[in-house]
Design a protein around this ligand. Structure first.
Ligand code: ZN
Length: 284
């Protein structure tokens, strides 16, 4: 299933599911009246959502504007240097344990929304990433069971101000990656059953139509089950939490000459089976 958050005719965000012919508004079709996809996940409603998809009369919306599938995650976790060849292009050692940082949840934006280039940075870069969406509270989960806690996947762009990330005192990874709109995700949350092997997906990023990153999630150093298990020993993952799993080679700052995002630039991240996430850059 392709779960979405869409803008209703009344101008409010509603959880839904994409079907042939439109969207089923889950805030009216489910008796619990969930107001967000996080509630659908936390309430274990996916089985009933699947039943609704078989019922053509449940379609209530035809035209729709898709927004970030999870607009308000409790946590955004991101993994650094998780593709071997990206670690090498960055001049960093290949990690022996996951390198973990966070992005503030206020950095989330949705498909087709604007990436706002802040006045405080002149080195804003793109990072194509597979994003894992947590489906159930996960605390101290063994690796062998970790995938059961994954609701599905979406596409992310881990937008990064390199001057902040790399050259502020102490190295400010969180600040450099948490400017408003620096976490575009979407366009949909594709449920886990639709992606039999998340470690075999082509992933690429085009900047203004030019291919900048092209790889496959088979090259992840730390895989999804390892990451969920690893993180869950530190803090409980919540339904709707996002894990940005890392980016492959080809980012702008590692190029010679370096490439940074400019007003008017269009980033398109495509992952096999998940669609395309497109965002245009504007000066804040
Ligand atoms: Zn990243």
């Amino acid at each position: 299933m392709k779960l979405v958050t869409f803008l209703s005719d009344e101008g409010k965000l509603s959880p839904g599911v994409l079907v042939d012919g439109g969207v089923i508004d889950l805030s009216s079709a489910l008796p619990e009246k969930p107001s967000a996809l996080r509630d659908v996940l936390a309430g274990d409603m996916l089985g009933r959502v699947a039943e609704l998809c078989q019922d053509a009369s449940a379609i209530t919306v035809t035209g729709r504007v898709l927004k970030s599938p999870i607009p308000d995650p409790a946590n955004i976790i991101a993994i650094g240097l998780n593709y071997r060849d990206h670690a090498i292009e960055s001049g960093m050692a290949i990690p022996e344990e996951p390198i973990v940082f966070g992005k503030f949840t206020s950095s989330v934006c949705g498909p087709e929304e604007t990436i706002s280039l802040p006045g405080a940075s002149r080195e804003v870069d793109y990072e194509a990433e597979l994003v894992v969406v947590i489906g159930r509270r996960a605390s101290h989960v063994p690796q062998s069971e970790a995938m059961e806690y994954v609701a599905g996947y979406t596409i992310g762009n881990d937008v990064s101000a390199r001057d902040w990330q790399l050259r502020k005192p102490g190295g400010q990874w969180i600040l450099g990656k948490s400017f408003a709109t620096f976490a575009p995700i979407g366009p949909t949350l594709v449920t886990r059953d639709e992606i039999p092997d998340p470690h075999a997906l082509s992933i690429q990023l085009k900047l203004n139509g030019q291919l900048m990153q092209s790889s496959n999630t088979s090259r992840l150093i730390f895989r999804i089950d390892q990451l969920v298990s690893y993180l869950s020993q530190v803090f409980p993952l919540q339904p709707g939490d996002l894990i940005f799993t890392g980016t492959p080679p080809g980012v702008g700052f590692a190029r010679k000459p370096a490439v940074f995002l400019q007003p008017g630039d269009v980033c398109e991240v495509e992952i096999e089976g998940l669609g395309i996430l497109r965002n245009t850059c504007r000066r804040a």
